[in-house]
Design a binder for this molecule. Structure first.
Ligand code: NAD
Length: 271
C-alpha cells in the first residue's frame, strides 16, 4: 500500500523550487525517494535547497532558469536528460503576485494598473503553460507521468486588490481541465495534469500584503485568518501530502482536478 505513494527514482522538475512553497515541494519529493530538479532564478537559494536534500541523504539538482524563456527551458531539458536520462514529472511552482498589479485600497477601481496586472498574468499563466510545452513530451514518454500546477483560492472567491493575479490563476484552472482532456485524447493515461489550490501561506511574494515591517499582521492578514475556519495560515509542509499523492501512482486515475489545501477558507460562508 505504501509503495503507491513512492516517488523512488523519479526525476521531478520543480519550477520556483527556490521559493517558500517550492522549498516544501522539493523536500516532500525527496522524502518519498524522488529526485527534485529545481529550476529558478536565485542560484544561492537553489544551492541551499540542493544541500538540504543531500543532507537528508537524497539527490537533487539546480539549474538557473527563467520559466518564461523557452530557450532557457530547452537548455535545462537537455541538461536534465543528459544527467538523468528521463523526466517523470513537473511541478509548476514559479509564480505569485506582482506588487505593481495590486490595487491600493484608496485607488479608484477604474484606475487599475493594467501593465502591472499583465505582469502577474504573464508570470502565472505563461510561466505554467510554457514549461509544460517544453517538458511535457518527455514526461509523456515515461508512460506514467504527472504534472502539477499551482492554483489559488483567488479565482474561487473574489479576493480584493489582486485582480491580475486572480485572473492568472483563473486561467490556470481552465488550462488544467482543458489540457487534461486534450492530453488524454492523444496520450491516454500516460501523463496526467492536476492542480493544487493552496489557501494562505506566509511567503515572499505576499509578505508585504499580509505582514507589517514589525512582523505583526496587516488588517488584510487578520481578515484572512478570521475567515479561515482553522484560524491560521498554512505551513508549506502541509501541501506535501497532496503533492505526493498527485505525483505518485496513488492518483493514477486522477486528471484535470484541483485539490484544495486551504484550512476551510473556500467552503466557509463566514456566517
Ligand atoms: P515565493 O515568492 O516564495 O516563491 C515563488 C518562486 O518563484 C520564487 O523563488 C521566485 O524566484 C520564483 N520565480 C518567479 N518568477 C520566476 C521566473 N520567471 N522564472 C523562474 N522562477 C521564478 O512564493 P510562494 O508563495 O511560495 O509561491 C509559489 C506558488 O504558490 C505561486 O504560484 C503562488 O502564486 C502560489 N500560491 C501561493 C499562496 C500563498 O499563500 N503563498 C497561495 C496560493 C498559491
Amino acid at each position: 500500500m505504501s509503495d503507491m505513494f513512492s516517488l523512488k527514482g523519479k526525476v521531478i522538475i520543480v519550477t520556483g523550487g527556490t521559493g517558500v512553497l517550492g522549498g516544501g515541494f522539493v523536500k516532500g519529493i525527496a522524502l518519498q525517494g524522488g529526485i527534485p530538479v529545481i529550476l529558478g532564478q536565485n542560484a544561492e537559494k537553489g544551492k541551499e535547497r540542493v544541500d538540504e536534500v543531500k543532507a537528508m541523504g537524497g539527490e537533487a539538482y539546480f539549474i538557473s532558469t527563467n520559466v518564461l524563456e523557452v530557450t532557457e527551458l530547452e537548455k535545462a531539458k537537455n541538461e536534465i536528460l543528459e544527467k538523468y536520462g528521463k523526466i517523470d514529472g513537473l511541478v509548476n511552482g514559479a509564480g505569485g503576485n506582482v506588487p505593481e498589479g495590486v490595487l491600493p485600497p484608496t485607488e479608484d477601481v477604474f484606475n487599475l494598473n493594467i501593465e502591472g496586472m499583465k505582469k502577474a498574468l504573464v508570470l502565472n499563466v505563461w510561466g505554467t503553460v510554457i514549461p509544460v510545452q517544453v517538458f511535457g513530451p518527455e514526461i509523456a514518454k515515461t508512460g506514467n507521468g504527472s504534472i502539477v500546477n499551482i492554483s489559488s483560492v483567488s479565482p474561487k472567491r473574489a479576493i480584493t486588490r489582486v485582480l491580475g493575479y486572480s485572473m492568472g490563476k483563473a486561467a490556470i484552472d481552465i488550462y488544467t481541465k482543458w489540457f487534461a482532456v486534450e492530453m488524454a485524447e492523444r496520450y491516454g493515461d500516460a501523463v496526467r495534469i492536476n492542480s493544487i489550490m493552496p489557501g494562505f501561506f506566509l511567503t515572499t511574494q505576499n509578505k508585504n500584503l499580509l505582514t507589517n515591517p514589525d512582523g505583526t499582521l496587516t488588517d488584510r492578514g487578520n481578515k484572512i485568518v478570521r475567515n479561515t475556519p482553522f484560524k491560521r495560515f498554512g505551513h508549506p509542509d502541509e501541501l506535501i501530502g497532496a503533492l505526493i499523492w498527485l505525483l505518485s501512482d496513488a492518483s493514477k486515475f486522477v486528471t484535470g482536478m484541483d485539490i484544495g489545501v486551504d484550512g476551510g477558507f473556500t467552503i466557509n460562508s463566514g456566517v
